[in-house]
Design a protein around this ligand. Structure first.
Ligand SMILES: [Zn+2]
Length: 440
């Protein structure tokens, strides 16, 4: 890692804007503040002699990717059945919240955020942590104690009794005032975002159809949104059915995670949501959470028939959500749901690939969702999300234009995090898992 002023010269910038603008023969100057000092055609940008030079000839620079939906407690290999066994949920939760469990969760978080960074992700939003281990690692990164991307941490998500994520990665409540209390507990522990489980989910469903079944009432979600918004925090809702998405939007959630088919009320609420923090809401689809479970043979994945059936239902709904969002101009971001089965921390590019190949987005729109649009949705577009003067130098230097070849993110030349250069970043891969993902 090197932190010193430098310039990437004579390179092609892939801006990440909605139009897919690409700027050939440009130079980017990064100051020792870690901010971009100048960007422009190579012939018009002056690079001071004391600045290091990185020759970008024949290469491409893109804004660092933003992963708006991550978990960091696991590595993306199939989740152990122990984690989803109802009989064991008490002891498993107790273990993860014990001193040794906390140490393990924190160590995994450090490893996983670094893996994401080394694969080009310069901002991560966690949405469902064991406790406050992600917030703690965020503080270590900010203090310069360990390397990592910019981290926005949710802490444990908020769920109802027996709901999605409970009890291992959730605080539970069953009425609006206790739901507010859980928001306050998370605020006291320094979270950046509130995550709720509006409906059931795929990984821990025990019956077919449970994924997407409404769990939290609109009244409870309204209380949570009000409490979070009073503190200036956005609310992200896991919601996998029309009824669940509608109730969450009415309550004022700022992002719908996963999503469903939409009716007119839902479409209107995304664009104009009086209860949302900034008056509108956005969709973060996460195809990766379901697509591999549908495409791969159950003999290979080892998932239960219930998980497989729910994944199929949810995947259809997520794809419908992307289609409706595209048709109706609804803001869309990108998130992977990393840590769940088949979602590793180095395969973020596959989510962009999936929305292009399976949900019909153009490469430019999909890449924009993962960069500029995500920055705006997360409220950090004044800091990151584009290669612009005054923004944090969060950049990826790759061999190919990602709009033509996303696989170039498997082997970046360099990742720049807030002006710190990581040359030839490497990650630990799971070859068997990647081979399966490469099969469709
Ligand atoms: Zn998730």
């Amino acid at each position: 890692m090197t932190t010193a002023p430098f310039a990437i010269t004579s390179t092609t910038i892939v801006t990440g804007d909605h139009a897919g603008t690409v700027l050939p023969d440009h130079t980017i100057v990064v100051g020792d503040s870690g901010l971009i000092e100048a960007v422009g055609p190579t012939t018009s940008v002056v690079v001071a002699p004391e600045y290091a030079r990185v020759d970008g000839t024949g290469k491409f620079v893109a804004p660092g990717l933003i992963n708006a939906h991550a978990h960091l407690f696991s590595d993306g290999k199939p989740l152990s059945p122990i984690l989803t066994n109802k009989k064991l949920e008490g002891p498993v939760s107790k273990f993860f919240h014990s001193p040794i469990g906390t140490v393990i969760a924190k160590r995994r978080t450090r490893t996983n955020v670094e893996t994401q960074l080394h694969s080009g992700v310069t901002t991560i939003r966690s949405l469902g942590d064991v406790a406050y281990e992600v917030a703690a690692v965020r503080d270590e990164i900010t203090a310069g104690k360990c390397p990592g991307p910019r981290v926005l941490a949710s802490g444990p998500l908020l769920a109802v009794s027996g709901g999605h994520g409970a009890p291992v990665i959730a605080l539970v409540s069953d009425n609006p005032w206790d739901a507010r209390k859980n928001v306050r507990i998370n605020l006291r522990n320094g979270v950046d975002v509130i995550k709720i489980a509006a409906t059931g989910g795929v990984t821990d469903a025990r019956t077919i159809g449970e994924a997407g079944r409404p769990q939290m009432t609109e009244e409870e979600m309204t209380a949570i949104c009000d409490e979070a918004h009073r503190a200036g925090l956005v609310v992200a809702a896991h919601a996998e059915s029309l009824a669940g998405v509608k109730a969450a939007l009415r309550a004022g959630v700022d992002t719908i995670e996963h999503g469903s088919e939409m009716d007119n009320e839902i479409i209107d609420l995304f664009g104009d949501n009086p209860r949302a923090l900034h008056g509108r809401s956005a969709l973060v689809p996460t195809l990766m959470a379901a697509l591999p479970l549908v495409k791969l043979d159950r003999a290979d994945t080892g998932i239960t028939p219930i998980v497989a059936a729910n994944a199929e239902i949810v995947l259809d709904r997520i794809i419908s959500a992307v289609h409706a969002a595209q048709k109706n101009g609804i803001r869309m971001g990108m998130g992977t749901d990393s840590s769940v089965t088949y979602v590793t921390h180095y395969n973020t590019w596959r989510e962009i690939d999936y929305v292009i190949r399976y949900a019909g987005l153009s490469p430019a729109s999909a890449f924009h969702a993962a960069t500029g649009a995500n920055a705006a949705i997360l409220g950090i577009d004044d800091v990151t999300g584009s290669v612009s003067v005054g923004k944090s130098a969060d950049l990826v230097l790759v061999d190919a234009n990602p709009l033509d070849d996303l696989r170039t993110f498997t082997n970046p030349n360099m990742v720049v995090m807030a002006g710190t250069r990581i040359e030839r970043p490497g990650v630990q891969r799971f070859d068997d898992l990647d081979a399966q993902l490469d099969s469709f």
